[in-house]
Design a protein around this ligand. Structure first.
Ligand code: BES
Ligand code: MN
Ligand code: ZN
Length: 497
């Protein structure tokens, strides 16, 4: 999505679609008022007749208003002024985004960010506006026999304001569209089928990203390389599959001081999770192609990072493999040795995410990180706890957890902390190894994080369980691009301090 900002002379603005916000039962704002008077009070009359609902996000498409240069004016309701909050603002943008995605036009001029919102800066309004509008324009290009030749959706959005947009607004808009670009990459990778988006494909995607920024270096380990690193837990998962595993290392050196401690992002890259020998039930098993959405989020965040050229050091680590029940697959009861030396009794081969992540967490130690954040579609239990709106968050450092929760709220991509109390660690006891890879039905999201915490002792660490938030099921089935907004916002804010 191409994006820019400008000052608008509303009635003279030439565009396929001018998007204008109005409050229910309140005098028109300056942009709407000028459209109104230029068009012989058309807006006042429509509103007086009740043609636009009072609910935030209601919309009305008007064509060829007299005295107005725009081909269409899309009226969007902000809702009642006394109820105007972040949600109403987002609802208004989401409604506009949906309409613009269906439009047969190349570009649109959106003035919805030209509104005051208590507690949020103009920069925030511009960022969220571009993020939501550009993300709404996302389309997955499915391979079909007959190409969809009806090209719909705008490719260029201009955020327009009654006054001159300052540097903060411009920066916010730039950030918002870079976040949306990262989300689009994450969504594409998630939506691609497992027979296309393999570990090798993820590695190739990383290499391609590496060419987009001089500050980004990519290193790929193949099966042999992973063996040399001693990643016995990761490899035990890969053994069940014919598809070759990859360990992807991305180093972005953007900080002025090369020696600044990096933030390390670790993404679960299971390109298909059959469950292994502890086979999953057949229903909705296709959705386990999304089990690499943690990896996709890391790649998406790196896309945003490179596009914004942030002055910060970041390392991305992606262990990538399928989880399949091949002849060489792990069996329940098998004991493997992780890179850290700790031994693991595999009681359920479907708890494979933690087995590949633990070795990546050990690898992270060598970077002496400022902090490590892993992102994983780790447990069904997290969906039971938090549903699909909120990612699970567990950490060995409460300050880091607080920071991530605040960041998620800012980025419209929320996470909520679950406890990592020591008492849960007992559930991982094994008679035959240092630990078991499962901790029973109770508190499944927490015991999974407890397992990871044993490999993350050397640094500040947080874990995002995105099992519920990374994709949607049903008729809207598809990847959401989360938590790219949260991660990107975290990097943006860390780059400022
Ligand atoms: N990838 C799954 C988690 C998952 C399941 C995410 C459903 C989204 C929807 C993970 O590898 C898994 O299978 N976890 C098991 C762990 C259990 C065996 C302890 C689970 O959650 O059932
Ligand atoms: Mn699994
Ligand atoms: Zn999995």
């Amino acid at each position: 999505m191409e994006s820019s900002t400008k000052t608008v002379v509303p009635e003279k603005q030439k565009t396929a679609c001018l998007v204008v916000g109005v409050f229910a039962g309140k005098a028109l704002g300056s942009i709407a008022a000028r459209i109104d008077s230029a068009s012989g009070k058309t807006l006042s009359k429509l509103l007086a007749h009740g043609d636009l609902d009072a609910k935030a996000g209601s919309s009305l498409m008007l064509h060829h208003l007299p005295g107005v240069a725009a081909e269409r004016v899309l009226l969007i309701s902000y809702g009642k002024p006394e109820e105007f909050d972040e949600k109403a603002y987002r609802d208004a943008l989401a409604a506009a985004g949906k309409k613009l995605a269906e439009l047969k036009a190349e570009e649109a001029v959106v003035t919805l960010a030209d509104v005051e919102l208590e507690g949020r800066s103009a920069e925030w309004r511009a960022r969220i506006a571009m993020q939501l509008l550009a993300n709404a324009a996302y389309r997955y290009d499915a391979p079909r026999a007959k190409k969809d030749d009806e090209k719909r959706g705008v490719a260029k959005i201009t955020l327009a304001f009654s006054g001159k947009p300052d540097a903060e607004i411009e920066r916010g808009a730039r950030q918002g569209s870079a976040v949306a670009a990262g989300m689009a990459l994450a969504r594409d990778l998630g939506n691609l089928p497992g027979n296309v988006c393999t570990p090798t494909y993820l590695a190739d995607t990383a290499k391609k990203l590496g060419k987009e920024s001089k500050k980004l270096r990519i290193e790929i380990f193949d099966q042999q390389g992973i063996e040399k690193l001693g990643m016995g837990a990761f490899l035990s998962v890969a053994h069940g599959s014919h598809e070759a595993p990859r360990f992807i290392v991305m180093k972005y050196a953007g900080a002025k001081n090369k020696k600044d401690k990096p933030i390390v992002l670790v993404g679960k890259g299971i390109t298909f999770d059959s469950g292994g020998v502890s086979l999953k039930p057949g229903e909705a098993m296709d959705e386990m192609k999304f089990d690499m959405c943690g990896a996709a989020a890391v790649l998406g965040a790196f896309k945003t990072l490179a596009e914004l050229d942030l002055p910060i050091n970041v390392v991305g680590l992606i262990p990538a493999t399928e989880n399949m029940p091949g002849g060489a697959a792990s069996k329940p009861g098998d004991v493997v040795t992780s890179m850290s030396g700790q031994t693991i009794e595999i009681l359920n081969t479907d708890a494979e995410g933690r087995l590949i992540l633990c070795d990546a967490l050990s690898y992270a130690e060598r970077f002496d990180p400022a902090c490590v954040i892993d992102i994983a579609t780790l447990t069904g239990a997290c969906i039971i706890a938090l549903g699909n709106h909120t990612s699970g968050l567990l950490a060995n450092d409460d300050t880091l957890a607080q920071e991530l929760m605040a960041t998620g709220a800012t980025a419209d991509d929320r996470a909520w902390q679950l406890p990592l109390f020591d008492v849960y660690q007992d559930q991982l006891k094994s008679n035959f190894a240092d630990m078991a890879n499962i901790g029973g039905r109770a508190a499944g999201a927490i015991t999974a994080a407890c397992f990871l915490s044993r490999f993350a002792k050397a640094y500040k660490w947080a874990h995002l369980d995105i099992a519920g938030s990374a994709w949607k099921s049903g008729t809207e089935k598809g990847a959401t691009g989360r938590p790219v907004p949260l991660l990107a916002q975290f990097l943006i804010e860390r780059a400022q301090t």
